[in-house]
Design a protein around this ligand. Structure first.
Ligand SMILES: *[C@@H]1O[C@H](CO)[C@@H](O)[C@H](O)[C@H]1NC(C)=O
Ligand SMILES: *[C@@H]1O[C@H](CO)[C@@H](O)[C@H](O)[C@H]1NC(C)=O
Ligand SMILES: *[C@@H]1O[C@H](CO)[C@@H](O)[C@H](O)[C@H]1NC(C)=O
Ligand SMILES: *[C@@H]1O[C@H](CO)[C@@H](O)[C@H](O)[C@H]1NC(C)=O
Ligand SMILES: *[C@@H]1O[C@H](CO)[C@@H](O)[C@H](O)[C@H]1NC(C)=O
Ligand SMILES: *[C@@H]1O[C@H](CO)[C@@H](O)[C@H](O)[C@H]1NC(C)=O
Ligand SMILES: [Zn+2]
Length: 570
C-alpha cells in the first residue's frame, strides 16, 4: 500500500535521540511533500489510515545473550515447559466470594490462600537467581512485588514494570470429564506440542516467562543500567483485582508517587498468525469501561388468585425487552485503537471478512460500521455492550412476587462514559416507571437518591463496579511503543517461526479489563501484551485450557528482549 510510510524502528529510535540536531533542508522538503501527499489522499476518507501496520522493522536486541538458546535448544525449551507445568500443578483458584487473605495468620495456614503460599515457594526454588537479586515483598498477604534497583542507578530513575497474575479461574467440577487431561495436571503432549491445564494460557505462561527471562539474564551477569525493574503479581485478577493488584498499585504509589513509572506491560494482546500472510502483534492500548446495574423492583404482594394485570416479574420483563430493543449505538471513534488492529487485518489477512475490507476501502464510516456490526468478534470493539446476566424473583406458586432483580452488565465504549451508560439505562427504567407509576431510587457509591416517586412500587437501581474507559496509551511516535513494536518484529522474524517474515504491528483494545486499571496514576504508558503467539482454541476460562511449547517460547523470547531493549533504548 503506497500510503504506508515504513519506519525502521532502529532508525526511528535514533531519530528520537537525535531530535536536537538540525533537520536538513532536504529532509524538511521531503517531509513537507509527504505531509501534503498524506493530506491530499486522506481528506476524502472518513476513516483514518493505519498509523502502525507495516511501519516497523526489526529492532536489533540491545542484549542478545541467550536468544539463540531460547529459540534453538530443544532440551532447554522442554525445561521451560516443565517449569510452567510445575506452576500449573499448584491450583491457585480464586472465587468471586473468596475473602481477602487473613493477615493475622501465615499465608500457608489460610485455607483460601495456602496454594498461593505453595506457589511462592515453588517460584523461589525454581528461580533462585531472581530471588537473590530482587527484593521480594508480599503485599496484602498474597501479592508479590519484586524490585531490582542496582546501586548505580539513580534513586529517581523511573522503573520499568512487568505485570501478570498468580490466580487462575476456578474449574467447574461438573466439567471434569470433559477435560482431556485433569485441569491441574500440567500434562505436556510432545507429539502435538500442547501443554494442558488451568493457567497455561491465562496467565502463568507470562509469569513464568518473566521470571525465566530474568533468571537467564542474571545468570549471564546482565543487570539493568538505567532503570530499576519491578515485577507485580496480583492474586485475584480474575475477580477484578480488588484485593491483589489494587493493593500493589497503592503500595507503589505511596513509595514512588504519581507518574513515577516509566511504563508497564501486563497480559492482554498476543501475536496472531495470518497463515501465508505473516504475523500480527497487537499490544492493547485501550480498555473499555465497566458498569453493573442491579435493578430491583419492589411491589405489593398478595394472593395470586386475584392478581393485578402486571406483576413485578411481568413489569421487569418489559424493562428487559426495552433494554434489548434499544442496544447502544455502534460508534467508531477515530482514535479507537481497535480500528488499527481491524484495518491491519482487513488489509493483510486474506482470510478476513470481505465486507469489513470493503468497508475500509470505501472510506465511509457508515459502511464500515455496518460491516463490523455484523461480526460478533469485532462488534463490541466499537460500541457499549449490555448483557442481562442475572434474574431472580418469586418464591411461590400462589404468592405474587414482591421483589424481582436483574443484573445488567455493561462494557463501555471508549468514547462513551459511565454517565452516558447510566443515563441510557435510567431513561428506559423511567419509561417503565411512568407507565406503571413506580418510584425510582438510584444508589451509587452508597449514596441514595430518589429520582422519581410513584404509587405502585419502587425501582431501586444499584450501580456496581463503575469504571470509566481507560486512558489511551501512546502509539506511533512514542519511544516505548516503538521499542515494543520493533521487538515484536524482531521476535517473529526469527526462523523459529518459519521463513515467513512479514510481521505487522497494530494497537488494539480489550473488551474486558485487566489489573492495569489500578495503575492509571502511575504511568500513561500502559501496554497489555504478552508477546506470545496466539493459540487457536486455547480455551482461557473454560474446559481444556491449553497452550503450546511454541507459544511459551515466543512469550519468553519477547520478554527476554524487551527487558534489555527498554533498559538500553530509553
Ligand atoms: C489447593 O490445592 C489443592 C490440591 O493441591 C486443591 O484440592 C484445592 O482445591 C486448592 N484450593 C484452592 C482454593 O484452589
Ligand atoms: C487458526 O485457525 C485459522 C482458521 O480457523 C487458520 O487459518 C489458522 O492458520 C490457524 N492458526 C494457527 C496458528 O494454527
Ligand atoms: C464517539 O465517536 C463518534 C465518531 O467519531 C462520534 O460520532 C460520537 O459523537 C462520539 N461520542 C462521544 C460521546 O464523544
Ligand atoms: C450525567 O451528567 C450530567 C451532566 O454532567 C448530569 O447532569 C447528570 O446528573 C449525570 N447523570 C447521572 C445519572 O449521573
Ligand atoms: C456521595 O456522593 C458524593 C459526590 O456525589 C461523594 O463525594 C460522597 O463520597 C458520596 N458518599 C458516599 C458515602 O460514598
Ligand atoms: C526455510 O528455508 C530453508 C531454505 O531456504 C529451508 O531449508 C527450511 O526448511 C525452511 N524452513 C521452514 C520452516 O519452512
Ligand atoms: Zn488473565
Amino acid at each position: 500500500m503506497s500510503r504506508y510510510i515504513p519506519i525502521n524502528a532502529q532508525d526511528a529510535l535514533d531519530k528520537l535521540k537525535a531530535k536536537k540536531k538540525q533537520i536538513s533542508i532536504g529532509l524538511a522538503t521531503i517531509a513537507a511533500l509527504l505531509i501534503l501527499f498524506f493530506v491530499f489522499f486522506t481528506k476524502s476518507s472518513e476513516i483514518p489510515e493505519c498509523q502502525d501496520c507495516k511501519s516497523y522493522g526489526p529492532l536489533k536486541p540491545a542484549y542478545k545473550g541467550s536468544l539463540d538458546l531460547i529459540f534453538e535448544n530443544k532440551d532447554y525449551q522442554l525445561s521451560v515447559i516443565e517449569k510452567l507445568a510445575g506452576a500449573i500443578r499448584i491450583p491457585t483458584q480464586i472465587y468471586d466470594e473468596t475473602p481477602p487473605p487473613d493477615l493475622s495468620i501465615p499465608l500457608k495456614d489460610d485455607p483460601n490462600y495456602k496454594n498461593f503460599s505453595l506457589l511462592h515457594t515453588y517460584l523461589e526454588s525454581t528461580f533462585p537467581l531472581v530471588y537473590s537479586k530482587f527484593i521480594v515483598e508480599k503485599i496484602n498477604g498474597a501479592g508479590l512485588l519484586l524490585t531490582w534497583h542496582p546501586k548505580h542507578i539513580p534513586k529517581d530513575s523511573k522503573p520499568f514494570l512487568l505485570m501478570a497474575h498468580q490466580d487462575v479461574v476456578p474449574f467447574d467440577p461438573s466439567t471434569v470429564s470433559r477435560w482431556t487431561y485433569p485441569p491441574f495436571s500440567g500434562h505436556y503432549d510432545k507429539k502435538t506440542d500442547t501443554l494442558y491445564g488451568r493457567g497455561s494460557t491465562d496467565t502463568k505462561k507470562l509469569l513464568i516467562s518473566h521470571l525465566e527471562a530474568l533468571e537467564l539474564l542474571i545468570a549471564a551477569n546482565w543487570e539493568p543500567s538505567k532503570r530499576p525493574i519491578l515485577l507485580s503479581y496480583g492474586f485475584d485478577e480474575e475477580r477484578g483485582g480488588i484485593d491483589g493488584a489494587s493493593a500493589i498499585a497503592k503500595f507503589i504509589l505511596e513509595r514512588y508517587g504519581p507518574d513515577s513509572i516509566y511504563g508497564l506491560i501486563d497480559e492482554g494482546g498476543e501475536t496472531g498468525y495470518l497463515g501465508d500472510n505473516g504475523f500480527i502483534g497487537s499490544p492493547v492500548t485501550a480498555e473499555k469501561g465497566y458498569l453493573d446495574a442491579i435493578i430491583t423492583l419492589n411491589t405489593k404482594g398478595g394472593h395470586s388468585s386475584i392478581p393485578p394485570d402486571h406483576t413485578s416479574i411481568g413489569i421487569i420483563s418489559e424493562l428487559n425487552y426495552l433494554l434489548e430493543k434499544n442496544p447502544y449505538d455502534p460508534s467508531i471513534a477515530v482514535n479507537n485503537p481497535a480500528l488499527e488492529a481491524v484495518q491491519c487485518r482487513a488489509l493483510y489477512d486474506k482470510s478476513f471478512f470481505g465486507d469489513v475490507t470493503k468497508g475500509f476501502k470505501s472510506g465511509r464510516l457508515g459502511k464500515l460500521t455496518n460491516a463490523v456490526n455484523n461480526h460478533l468478534g469485532y462488534r463490541y470493539f466499537f460500541r457499549t455492550s449490555q448483557a442481562i446476566d442475572i434474574i431472580k424473583g418469586g418464591v411461590k406458586a400462589n404468592a405474587l412476587p414482591e421483589q424481582v432483580t436483574v443484573l445488567v452488565n455493561n462494557r463501555i465504549n471508549i468514547n462513551s462514559s459511565v454517565n452516558e451508560t447510566l443515563v441510557h439505562i435510567l431513561d428506559l427504567v423511567s419509561e417503565v416507571a411512568d407507565k406503571y407509576d413506580l418510584s425510582i431510587k438510584l444508589e451509587r457509591s452508597s449514596n441514595a437518591s430518589e429520582l422519581k416517586s410513584g404509587k405502585n412500587g419502587e425501582f431501586v437501581v444499584v450501580v456496581r463496579g463503575e469504571l470509566e474507559p481507560a486512558p489511551i496509551s501512546p502509539t506511533a511516535g512514542d519511544e516505548m511503543w516503538e521499542i515494543i513494536a520493533g521487538t515484536i518484529v524482531n521476535t517473529y522474524s526469527s526462523s523459529f517461526f518459519g521463513n515467513n517474515t512479514e510481521v505487522y504491528v497494530a494497537p488494539s483494545l480489550t473488551t474486558g479489563n485487566t489489573d492495569t486499571k489500578y495503575f492509571w496514576d502511575l504511568t500513561k504508558r500502559i501496554y497489555r501484551f504478552s508477546g506470545s503467539l496466539h493459540v487457536n482454541g486455547s480455551n482461557a476460562h473454560t474446559v481444556d485450557e491449553k497452550t503450546t511449547g511454541k507459544s511459551i517460547i515466543s512469550c519468553l523470547a519477547f520478554v527476554y528482549q524487551i527487558i534489555g531493549n527498554i533498559d538500553k533504548y530509553t
